[in-house]
Design a protein around this ligand. Sequence first.
Ligand code: GRF
Length: 205
Amino acid sequence: MKTIVILISGRGSNMRAIVEANLPVHIAAVISNQAEAGGLSYAQSKGIATAVIDHRGYASRGTFDAALMQTIDAFNPDLVVLAGFMRIFTEGFVNHYQGRLLNIHPSLLPAFPGLATHEQALKAGVKIHGCTVHFVTAQVDHGPIVAQAAVPVKADDTPASLAARVLAQEHQIYPQAIRWFAEDRLTLTPDGHVNVKDWETLNES
Ligand code: GRF
């Protein structure tokens, strides 16, 4: 069984969805850069080890990333899962976890990288919005796409109402993507795309 470590900064609803999905993985730890992250108490209530590495205690991005890496690697994870972890990594960190670092982003990448994605979507007037699970590369919010889900944008949507509709989909596709990883169904193609074994069969209706 593969071991995963989940990184959070806040409420941790994606982390919770992953825990509740009862995936065939060992969740070794939940690590936060914020001591007050709401998700930590949930993880503790489930008997999952937790750790806090507060970025404010480090002089540079590099020293913080090194400390975080050391904490993560003590758990020997096969996969590191970013679930609302609000820090930008150094290239050294990203390279260290190449092919075993997943992120979820609340837009249909490559549209709307960065912050305030729901505001960006409403401003652009798109009729479909959504979320993306992708492997992390040095370029923020880029990287090979593993899974996506789309939702309609309604005429009376606010950023909050749109965010809630997208979040419900995040809670579906993130556990699914981790399950695929756990089942060794993800491979990188030479052109840097993700091939999901038997994906076509899964999606035939
Ligand atoms: C999610 O919308 C995720 O896509 C983004 O940050 C938010 C985290 O929410 N990266 P939660 O902490 O998982 O509830």
